[in-house]
Ligand binder design. Sequence first.
Ligand code: FES
Ligand SMILES: [Fe+2]
Length: 407
Amino acid sequence: MKAEAKRQLYADTEEMLALQDTGTVQQARQVARLDARQYTDEAQFSSEKNRIFKRVPLMLAASCELNEPGAYKTMDIAGVPVLLVRGKDGVARAFLNSCTHRASPVAKGCGKAARFTCPYHGWSFGREGNLVGIASRETFGDIDPDDYGLIRFPVHEQSGLIWAILDPDAPADFTAFLGEFAEMLGGFGFENWHFGKRTTLEGTNWKLAFDAHLEFYHLPVLHRETFGPDTGNAAHYQYHGPHFRLRHIGKRAERTGFDSVSLLEGLPREAWPTEPLFSGEWILFPNVSINSFFQGGRGVIISQVIPGNTVGESVTVQTYLHKKAQNEEEQATAAELTSFIAHVVRDEDLPMSQDQQHILSSGIQKFVQFGRNEGGLQHFHRWVEHCVSTDEERPLADLMAAAPDIP
Ligand code: FES
Ligand SMILES: [Fe+2]
């Protein structure tokens, strides 16, 4: 890890320790309002597709999901079908999942393949996206296969995570967007972790679904049956460009976790164990959150909230990764954890956002509010607004340089 990212990890942690001591909650400057149409308007959603999801780098997979040449995964992101595959050369690539003959998907689901053969007329593509076979080539006519490989998106693999920009013409410039946040995430060591399980949950507007990941205010109320009514509802936010961390603060919160910063109290910095440096939730703009768990050994659940085809549809994909190989008992414990977290989101968070979507769609309530204790929500929505109000022709570096005022 680069020295600056390491310094930042320690600085974040020292700030948390100081706050734990004083029990202070840092508040946003003001209560903010958001127009209800942000969640219901198709034109707004169309701008988000063009100015966010086809413009900024999206974290699409953990490296260990594509753990060998030929390992692949397909996804549909705001109407763009994507094929991610690792090549013979070990490089992860992303393509439009579409045959260059007549636009049939060349892969479904995930798995391992030596090549991708189109189910319509049988053209085939290599793992590096090159067109390797044209059915009945002699009668099809004369085309140069080198011109008709799969349409390729820029990809960046760092810290055991894979990002892509869903614009084939975009420059492969990821650093301005990722900043040191991706570098800090490198401390998890995800490149050596293992893929455990993937769960897909259907939901409503992607921002309503994602909002629930960005505050702890609702934990003791909406999740009183699952996390319990004594769960702390205070979060401390640490912003890194559009991305941020949120960490539990206060009694029965940060102090109780295995990765708690309170484990560091009284220890000299040189003696700090590593885990607490990574505590809390890591939010990767625009739609990913990473949460640590310790049941079944060290693990994380990565939640990707992926917009669907319309303003009122999304899917939440929960991907469980674990650090070490697991024995049977650990596997069973991890299976309990993943079904518990799926239950919380499927049966508590997502039904709530369905209800919100329904009410906001009536058009009668004109706005929602984000409290001074919900600074991360204010931050997220300001970045959404910043991206949407900046013409898509503006380079990504410009967009990042003109960062919005943080509440
Ligand atoms: S659409 Fe793929 S071979 Fe025809
Ligand atoms: Fe929740």
